[in-house]
Design a binder for this molecule. Sequence first.
Ligand SMILES: *Cc1c(COP(=O)(O)O)cnc(C)c1O
Length: 465
Amino acid sequence: MAEHTQITTPRELPRVDRMLEDSAIGNLIEDHGRAPVTTAIRRALEWARQQLREGPIASSDLHQQVALEVEILLGSGLRPVINGTGVLLHTNLGRAPISNHALRRATTLGQGFCNLEFDLEDGNRGVRGGAVQPLLETLTGAEAALCVNNNAAAVLLSLAAIGGKGEVIVSRGELVEIGGSYRMPDVMRLSGVRLCEIGTTNRTRVEDFATAIGPDTQAVLRVHRGNFHIEGFVQSPDLADVCTAAHKEDIPVLVDLGHGCVQNLSLPEGDGLPSTVQGCLKAGADVVLFSGDKLLGGPQCGIAVGRADLIESMRKHAYYRTVRVGKLTIAALEAVLRDHIAGRIENIPALAALSLASEVLQIRAQALVETYAQQYPDSGVKLAPTPCESEVGGGSDARYQIDSYGITVQHDTHSAHVISTILRRATPSVVGRVENDKVVLDLRTIQEAELEDLRQVLAQIDNGP
Ligand SMILES: *Cc1c(COP(=O)(O)O)cnc(C)c1O
């Protein structure tokens, strides 16, 4: 293929087998082996199809992209993982996948300079990521918004800025540990506020909040119990009632909602907190704090929305400077927020995956098993479609499981443990779960574009560890 050839439509893209015969690609195969280079070509062609929506590309760009994909696949840094765990917002696997167009926005803006903190009208210093705030306000109906590095930072900053050196009231039932040493009592102490615990592990009433409010009280904090569920003799007061009691004494109510659901996903309720950011604001919350990479489906960040004076005090606090977000995050977040506002949920990969009917996944599972058998008739790998349950993860709700479909993977000679090891160490890596001594791969968390790579990795099980 001539280096200077222009490609203008997807139909002009070379096929995978043609590219494998190319001499430049031959060198890559010699160095790294055929399997990873084939995967890299597929990924580069997918990249090219995306690029072609914007304009023509040179065939040399395509070749460079193949080399880059090989480097990403085999390098010692971050590598792609096919997530067969069924846990959609898997913190260890990077939470929400981000849409191509949101990433393209980050790429384009990141390549050059941008008005990150610059007012193009008057040439003066502007507000960092000035466009994100109005988008968040439109989406949630809040008066004001602020974006920081992650939700842990948003919670810490809100406590420091709003709680000051005073007292913040929190129910003993909500003094949670999120994981990664994020324990609410420690975060509160770290922020400088005094923790005023009320109620008991299983029951807290609105009167507990009302009677705890004293001269030193600066705020009430409610925390969503996302990663566990308590049942039996339990009681949590409605957010609206707590807000009424607190507001009577002029005390603001902060809600750490964690998952940051902004769409109606019918998450189970029951800890007294509405299941959406908008619901919490409507119930009277003065500030709601949540992650950008959970059910919002965007890049890692933490978001605070609510009363303008409180958000402003967060922005002015010295901690803000240590937890602010960068331009790549803001660029991608803007695109995701626009999709939410326009109701283009299908553009947000995490939400699109959540809304897939299990019947669709069942058809994909059957097709995967059949295609594999045709492609690798002599393989000792035994695949079978199986119903399974996906989890949302990301602190959305421990009880929230969705009917799904996947495949079981077994082998003539290898145990489930050996199969998982082979899959994990393959290129690209595949992570599943082991149930009843079988490896299960849930197709809800595996994107359609990954299925071809998945079949190729499954065939490698025959080669052993
Ligand atoms: C996930 C979560 C956090 C931490 O958010 P990060 O974005 O990971 O920092 C805090 N609180 C709750 C309730 C959460 O679910």
